[in-house]
Design a protein around this ligand. Structure first.
Ligand code: PLP
Length: 412
């Protein structure tokens, strides 16, 4: 028997980049373990960090009253008070942001936060402006209506023979009454670009001028998990919405996202939480709260997680450069943060979706770059010339995967 979906049901189930990516990720992890998974955004398994989560779980179990309260009680729709207070103190001490608990909303992962936020601030003609396309695939289908995003193509700066970097093209950025918010990920998924402090300040000032929020997605950024390979200043004021996540610390299974914003936005988010979820999962908050108080979360990020990803990226970069065919015009985006390599093959024949398909046939999963270029007003050939590669997978997957990518690029 076939039941009929609503138009929203159709929209959310019709197949999208993020759905393909998460299905690939899920089946590679469970059904096809032989696949070389260089696609999804799963955080790497870092033994020292995994040991810390196990230790924290044991500490929670050793406190029966705390454990029972964690499992047995709903939190407030805005989050777990003890976690929110610890987070405010942590951020205020380091950055002087003057936050109170009312400036925080917790969500079931930051993906969940963006769904609320985008639909709360845009729709019925109002749009979210992405000032630097390509941008995170996971936003693309979050609008409850079509056409929620308008994107500005990045300006490409070629660096030497094999590298390049995206810059925000401020001359092409158009902000009028139809824009409800500006959003950027920093570090950017997919490219590993980190917009500079200066670019961020300019965006914040532009947003302020137009009375709209600037949303900064710091899923990979500072102060945790700090998968960022250069000095940047975390920034927040009342005109900004900063999103953090526990996922890339190695806790994606806890589904914990954190939104820092003015009280109007956090209250709205809490209200939506109440309608959609009643309350959030609280296990991630319980695990991490004391590590905010002690500052351990920062030490773990800076002394274990960041060096781990930096080491992986250095290894992968060397391998990539040594195997990729010299006569193919490939370039890697400057690797400034995140866990991805963003490879641009100028003039790629057949396009990136075809390259994804051919690689999958050979047992390697990457992500076709075209998914990251939504919301553009005009066709852009560059949008079909890139692939995203997870650079922090196990050494063997990187080595065998890169050999296959090189072979496919060379021989088709
Ligand atoms: N933002 C970016 C840039 C991401 O890459 C991801 C996940 O990969 C998310 C947000 C959502 O992460 P989560 O919902 O696990 O917090």
């Amino acid at each position: 028997m076939e039941f009929k979906y609503s138009s929203l049901g159709d929209r959310l189930t019709r197949g999208s980049g993020i759905q393909e990516l998460m299905h690939d990720l899920g089946s590679a992890l469970s059904e096809s373990p032989d696949m070389l998974m260089l696609g999804g955004g799963n955080p790497a398994a870092i033994p020292e960090v995994q040991a810390i989560w196990r230790r924290r779980m044991q500490e929670i179990l050793d406190d029966p009253a705390g454990f029972d309260a964690m499992l047995g009680n709903y939190d407030t729709p805005q989050g777990r008070p003890v976690f929110m207070d610890a987070l405010c103190d942590f951020l205020n001490q380091r950055y002087g942001w003057g936050l109170t608990r009312k400036n925080i909303t917790i969500t079931n992962g930051s993906q969940n936060a963006f769904f609320y936020l985008f639909n709360m601030l845009a729709g019925s003609g109002r749009k979210i402006l992405l000032p630097l396309s390509p941008e995170y695939i996971g936003y693309a289908d979050q609008g409850l209506e079509d056409g929620l995003f308008v994107s500005c193509p990045a300006r490409i700066e070629k660096i030497g023979e094999r590298s390049f970097k995206y810059r925000i093209d401020f001359d092409r950025l158009e902000i009028d009454d139809s824009i409800g918010a500006i959003c950027v990920s920093r570090p950017t998924n997919p490219s590993g670009n980190v917009i500079t402090d200066d670019e961020l300040r300019r965006l914040r000032d532009l947003a302020k001028q137009h009375g709209i929020p600037l949303i900064v997605d710091s899923a990979y950024g500072a102060p945790f998990p700090h998968i960022i390979f250069q000095d940047v200043t975390p920034m927040w004021d009342e005109s900004m919405v900063v999103s953090l996540s526990l996922s890339k610390l190695g806790l994606p299974g806890t589904r914990t996202g954190i939104l820092i914003a003015n009280e109007e936005i956090t209250r709205g988010m809490g209200e939506i939480n109440a309608v959609v979820n009643l309350a959030n999962g609280n296990i991630g908050q319980e695990i991490v709260a004391p590590m905010l108080v002690s500052g351990e979360i920062e030490t773990v990020s800076r002394e274990i997680i960041q060096p781990f990803y930096a080491g992986k990226a250095a290894f992968a970069k060397e391998k990539f450069a040594s195997v990729m065919p010299q006569d193919v015009p490939w370039r890697l985006h400057a690797n400034e943060g995140s866990m991805f390599f963003w490879c641009w093959i100028e003039g790629l024949s057949g396009g990136s979706a075809e390259l994804y398909r051919r690689l999958k046939e050979r047992g390697v999963i990457v992500v076709s770059g075209h998914y990251f270029f939504y919301g553009l007003a005009e066709e852009w050939s560059h949008a079909n010339e890139c692939i995203r590669i997870h650079s922090a997978m196990p050494t063997d997957s990187i080595e065998r995967g890169f050999d296959i990518i090189a072979d496919v690029l060379k021989n088709g």
